[in-house]
Ligand binder design. Structure first.
Ligand SMILES: *Cc1c(COP(=O)(O)O)cnc(C)c1O
Length: 228
């Protein structure tokens, strides 16, 4: 067992608890997702042994491979990366929750990939907080129409909004905008009150802004191994 891993996890959980308390929020209502992208399935197993129940991946092939290596792992697998429509079936087969629905066509593909029992998949709508359309996420002006569309997909349940803070803006102001988008979403889907925001560099600001799902990688896993 990697003692440093346990120490980093404890340290981050302590900072989460402090940030929640500073914001007058109950830390028990926050879901801390450990982002394990580029790390081995073995690291995911170690995290699970430390009590981690929520892990995040951003590439379909990596998610599919890790789940195949860890078939019995008791964890929720959160998919947080951009999804090509032709990968929707594979994402649906491997993910427990999808944070990155950003267009109607993708929602339709995920819906069409429902298992035979038509069990429902929890999804979040990713909103683009930057001016760069390549960053993924629906344009804010299109949030309500996307919400209505996804809400009409029989096997998808809209749970909330997700975003990544831009690099060139204070996270607090970016997350304040996300908070407003969350309010707009709830005008369409009243119980969609999840807000997935906050990474290693900005989870304190995200908690202050109302995030419910934190996606924290390197502060817990250590630096990601070199990759292409
Ligand atoms: C990698 C990633 C994270 C975690 O990033 P860290 O800075 O390592 O905490 C969170 N969200 C998304 C969408 C990511 O791709």
């Amino acid at each position: 067992m990697d003692r440093d891993l346990a120490a980093r996890l404890d340290e981050v959980d302590g900072r989460i608890a402090q940030a929640a308390s500073d914001a007058g929020r109950d830390p028990a209502l926050l879901t801390r997702i450990v982002v394990t992208k580029f790390h081995s399935a073995e690291l995911v197993r170690e995290l699970a042994a430390l009590g981690v129940r929520d892990v995040g991946e951003n590439k379909q092939q990596e998610l599919t491979a890790k789940r195949a290596e860890l078939p019995d792992l008791d964890a929720n697998w959160h998919f947080i990366g951009q999804i090509q429509t032709n990968k929707a079936r594979a994402v649906r087969a491997a993910a427990s929750i999808v944070h990155s629905v950003d267009r109607a066509r993708l929602a339709d593909a995920l819906d069409a990939a429902a298992p035979d029992d038509e069990s429902v998949l929890d999804v979040l709508l990713q909103v683009n907080l930057t001016d760069d359309p390549g960053r993924g996420g629906v344009e804010p002006a299109e949030l309500e129409s996307l919400a209505e569309h996804v809400d009409g997909c029989r096997t998808l349940r809209v749970r909330g909004v997700m975003a990544v803070a831009p690099l060139d803006e204070e996270p607090a102001s970016a997350f304040a905008r996300l908070r407003a988008y969350s309010d707009r979403l709830r005008a369409v889907v009243p119980d969609a009150d999840w807000m997935s925001a906050g990474m290693t560099a900005d989870f304190v600001e995200a908690i202050a802004a109302g995030a419910t799902h934190l996606r924290i990688g390197s502060a817990i896993t250590g630096p990601r191994p070199m990759h292409g």
